[in-house]
Design a protein around this ligand. Structure first.
Ligand code: ADP
Length: 223
């Protein structure tokens, strides 16, 4: 069974603009998939649908064997606990320390203080975050270091799928490669990663499947 399965998915906004047209693909556990395409191609729309922020206009989207239409206000948190999302602009909460940013996904799961501390340090070391950064605030770190905090926050609850929407768009070459390698490493634990980018050089650094979108359609794919 595929982890993600899309069949003939369309997303049409009110202005009759087709943000997605006839999208079909599937992804398995441990797949690393690059999602490419120019600005406006539909990458963010696809992420919004897969992360349950928006629904498809038609077609079917199923994740973990369950159609997305089966999720509603009452059970959507079950789904969100199994995914992790990374954004181009990090979206860390500026008013709280990096440590508190990282603790939030574990606190909402009702974990004990002891478990939170242990799991936090495991992820911090996995991602390669300096311990001294934990008690600083996000804005005192470089973009690359902030994105590492954001990656740690996205994976701290051990999601089965990571949606990374142009996670290296604001980073220099070295920091981009670092983030790519961290995310690639997760596939060893059968995590599925969808990674949007238009950086061809970055894509050549690791083995991955590729879905190329153009004007909302899959123009080409290497799956
Ligand atoms: P990408 O992430 O590849 O840059 P998007 O998914 O953001 O592309 O956008 C795909 C298309 O859908 C674009 O033409 C965009 O203008 C349109 N679009 C995206 N979101 C909305 C919205 N909320 N309302 C109307 N049109 C939208």
């Amino acid at each position: 069974m595929s982890i993600i399965e899309l069949s003939h998915v369309y997303k049409t906004y009110q202005n009759d603009r087709h943000a997605l047209k006839n999208i079909s693909f599937s992804a398995d556990a441990g797949d690393f998939i690059f999602l490419t395409g120019h600005s406006g191609a539909g990458k963010s729309t696809l992420f919004k649908i897969l992360s349950a922020q928006e629904s498809a206009t038609s077609g079917s989207v199923s994740v973990f064997g369950k159609n997305m239409t089966e999720y509603d206000y009452h059970n959507i948190h079950e789904y969100r606990r199994q995914i992790g999302i990374i954004f181009q602009d990090f979206k860390l909460i500026p008013e709280i320390t990096n440590r508190t940013n990282l603790e939030i996904p574990l606190s909402v799961l009702g974990k004990s203080r002891k478990d939170i501390d242990a799991e936090l340090m495991q992820i911090v070391d996995l991602v390669g975050i300096k311990h001294s950064y934990l008690d600083e605030y996000p804005e005192s770190l470089s973009g690359g270091e902030q994105q590492k905090i954001a990656v740690a926050r996205a994976i701290i609850h051990r999601p089965k799928i990571i949606f990374a929407d142009e996670p290296t768009g604001n980073l220099d070459k070295a920091a981009s490669l670092n983030i790519l390698m961290i995310l690639k490493e997760l596939t060893k634990w059968q995590t599925t990663v969808l990674f949007a980018t238009h950086d061809e050089n970055l894509m050549s650094q690791v083995q991955g499947k590729v879905i190329h979108l153009k004007n909302g359609e899959i123009e080409s794919a290497r799956l």
